[in-house]
Structure formats: C-alpha cells, structure tokens
Design a protein. Structure first.
Length: 298
C-alpha cells in the first residue's frame, strides 16, 4: 500500500499539472481593443463574434477560426452566417489568414492548409444558401480531378444565377458519342457521367435527382425541358433535399415556355427550403430571384 503522504503529494502534483494546462489555455487580452471586443461578445450576437474573428484575423491569430465558427453558429441563420462559413473554407484551403498571395515568412505561418476542413465549411455554407460556396465547391472538385462533383456544383450555381447559357461548352461536349473515360468540363463526352446520374436518380438518390433536374433545365446531355426538370426537383424536394425544394421554387416562380409560373406553389417549396436554414429561400431573396431578368436569353 502506498503511504498517505506520497498519495497526497501525487494528488497535489496532478492538480498543479492541471492548473498549468488550464493556464496555458487561458489567454489574457493584450490591449484595450481585444478586451473591449471580448467583453462585447457577452451579448451573444453575431456582429460581436464576427468583430472578434476579424480582430484576430487582422493580427494573424488562429483564434480567428474559432470566432468565425462561433459567429456562424449564432441563430438565426442568415447570409452573414453562410458568409462566415465560406470565409472559414477560404482560410483553411489557403492555410493563411491574410488575403495575400506572396509566400509567407516562416515566423508568420500560423496555419497549415486543410483542404478537407475547407471542404466541410464550403459544403455547410452551400447548404445554407451561399452562391459563393457553390462556386467554391465547383472549383474545389475540379482542382482535384473530380469532374462529376465539379459538374454538380457548377450547374447548381448556374441555375441560381440564371447562367445556364454559360454551360454551352458542356452542352456541346455532352452531345458527342458516349465515352467511358475521364470527364473534362471543356473536353470529352459527359455522357458516361450523365448516364450514372440518370441511374442514381431513378434509384431514388435525391442529390442525383437534383442533378438530373439541372441537366434538363440546361439541356445538357438530355432534352431541355423545364417541366421535366421540375419533376425531378420535386422528387428530390419531397425527400427533404434542400436544393430540390429551392430549385422547384425557382422553376415554378420563374416559369418558362413549357412551364406556367405559379408563385403560390413556388412559395410553398421555398418555405420548406427556408425551414432547413437555406437563407436564399427567405421571401426577400426569392422574390428577387424569380423576378424577370433585364435580358432574357431565348
């Protein structure tokens, strides 16, 4: 049996070590600006947390990441929340807090690039409605040779932005004979990938159903048919897919040659999407999104 004195000594040593660890995690504000900013965060508001994140970011302090994450989690979820998530993705993908491109001096390097963590934040931002994150994801997948993923997010960004006409090179490529090979956004046939999307959609994969709807809306490798696009969006939306719900709302709200506009029906789909914290589905945003564009491309 161990004598009581050594036990007490071991206990005291353990408490000393724990206290030391706690003290290393505790940061004392270095100046009045930091003290004031930290004190303001007691209100639990998004703006206060974002102010803290920006202060640390300006000082090249990695604690900025924690404060961006805190800001993004503060309800209600708005475009500001999604922007904070997208900023986190950008910082983590680049591995630096500043916006410069020049090589950093060793003493200034406080982060390492983390593409996987960046992807998670981009994806979270995209599923909360950020068009910037949609574009980020398209680029992220393309940079890694995942052209199926790049196609998915490029199409979703194009549907929201009314930029399907910019997919003309893809449309031309998709009309070529089917090719089982790698997919390039500006090169060989897309048919192998489109066939897989069709199979997955038919099997009930909600994400593939959204993709197939976008393909029909764009006329990319399949017949251009907005009514058919809506059918696939609605099938995905009925499974709870937020993009299926949102794009069904856009299709019904905007209407087309083959689809009569129905704003009331669109509003019902937008409401389902908004319930999943997709900020673009708020009425102030979707009203603008379905309004006729200045230039209509027939």
């Amino acid at each position: 049996m161990i004598p009581h004195a050594p036990l007490l000594l071991l206990g005291a040593l353990a408490l000393f070590i724990l206290a030391g660890c706690a003290s290393t995690r505790t940061h004392r504000p270095s100046d009045d600006s930091e003290r004031q900013a930290l004190a303001a965060t007691a209100d639990g508001q998004f703006d206060s947390a974002l102010r803290m994140a920006r202060l640390y970011r300006s000082r090249n302090d990695p604690r900025a990441l924690d404060w961006y994450a805190r800001a993004a989690a503060i309800p209600p979820r708005t475009h500001h929340s999604a922007s904070a998530e997208e900023q986190l993705g950008t910082i983590l993908e680049r591995g630096r807090l500043d916006s410069g491109d020049a090589p950093q001096e060793p003493e200034h390097v406080v982060l390492k690039p983390s593409p996987r963590k960046a992807y998670r934040w981009y994806r979270s931002a995209a599923y909360h409605g950020s068009p910037y994150a949609m574009a980020d994801l398209g680029r992220w997948h393309a940079d890694r040779g995942d052209m199926a993923g790049a196609l998915r997010w490029r199409m979703r960004h194009a549907v929201y932005m009314r930029e399907l006409y910019k997919l003309a090179p893809l449309r031309a490529a998709a009309g070529e004979p089917a090719s089982v090979g790698r997919l390039r956004l500006d090169g060989p046939s897309l048919n192998a990938v489109i066939a897989r999307i069709q199979r997955d959609a038919a099997r009930g994969d909600a994400e593939a159903q959204v993709d197939l709807g976008a393909l029909h809306e764009a006329g990319l490798g399949v017949a251009e048919d907005t009514a058919e696009a809506l059918r696939w969006y609605q099938r995905a939306g009925a499974q709870g897919n937020v993009y299926g719900q949102y794009f069904a709302g856009l299709a019904l709200g905007r209407g087309s040659k083959g689809l009569q506009a129905d704003v009331d029906a669109a509003a019902a789909w937008f409401a389902q999407s908004q319930a999943q914290q997709f900020y673009l589905a708020e009425e102030a945003y979707w009203r603008k999104a379905i309004a006729p564009p200045f230039f209509i491309f027939e």
